[in-house]
Design a protein around this ligand. Sequence first.
Ligand SMILES: NC(=O)c1ccc[n+]([C@@H]2O[C@H](COP(=O)([O-])OP(=O)(O)OC[C@H]3O[C@@H](n4cnc5c(N)ncnc54)[C@H](OP(=O)(O)O)[C@@H]3O)[C@@H](O)[C@H]2O)c1
Length: 215
Amino acid sequence: MTTIGIIGAGEIGTHVAIATIKLGYNVVIANSRGPETLKSLVAQLGSSARAATAAEAAEAGDFAVVAVALKRENTMPVNELAGKIVLDTNNYMIWRDGHYPEIDSGAKTVYEMRQEQLPTSKVVQAFTHIQAPRILTAARPAGDPRRIAVPISSNFPDAIALVAELLDRIGFDTVNNSPLSEAWRSAPGQPAWVALNHQTKPELIANLAQARRLT
Ligand SMILES: NC(=O)c1ccc[n+]([C@@H]2O[C@H](COP(=O)([O-])OP(=O)(O)OC[C@H]3O[C@@H](n4cnc5c(N)ncnc54)[C@H](OP(=O)(O)O)[C@@H]3O)[C@@H](O)[C@H]2O)c1
């Protein structure tokens, strides 16, 4: 797999692009306003990056990253993402997104909602528990005692395997908190969220185990 389609060219999409280009990937990156608005970003990212529409980025990627908050109205290119592993960086932020009663009640996680919007893709929660610039500054080689861990979650083991390897190569440990229905354990307000950016793998495992339903 050599090309990543990145939908969302804001803080997290840009930092995922930088980190994966460093690993040797090509990236095709999109925002909502069109590729012509991404000229200066692509110039900064270098020759391994090009700008495209979201549908083109989805189509070009061997796998994709959706670095866009979930919305009720599904604006993601469902057909172009079909059959692909899709990394979802979204966090459920009530101050930004408003309330989703099905999430608040515990009936669904925000990643199950993304999976419902992308029924023919393999959604994985990824890059949610690291502030964007720290994708670059907090990366450490395997075995470094300061290496931090991030949760990943999916209904698809092959998607977990791909993302665990990708994050390991970037410089992070992972804890598999699958399936997507378990992702409430890492949601805002839970211990794994409070310790964002700082938890080692044993600490993240303990924090996920200590999660309690908030409703
Ligand atoms: N920032 C962080 O440190 C961080 C860390 C972990 C997770 N996250 C999560 O990652 C997601 C993105 O956060 P962010 O901080 O990167 O947001 P951001 O800086 O506001 O960027 C959002 C990007 O999404 C694009 N976008 C919006 N709707 C789109 C659509 N329909 N099609 C294509 N692109 C679209 C925007 O394009 P336009 O500008 O053209 O509208 C923009 O490039 C959020 O869910 C956030 O909770 C963020």
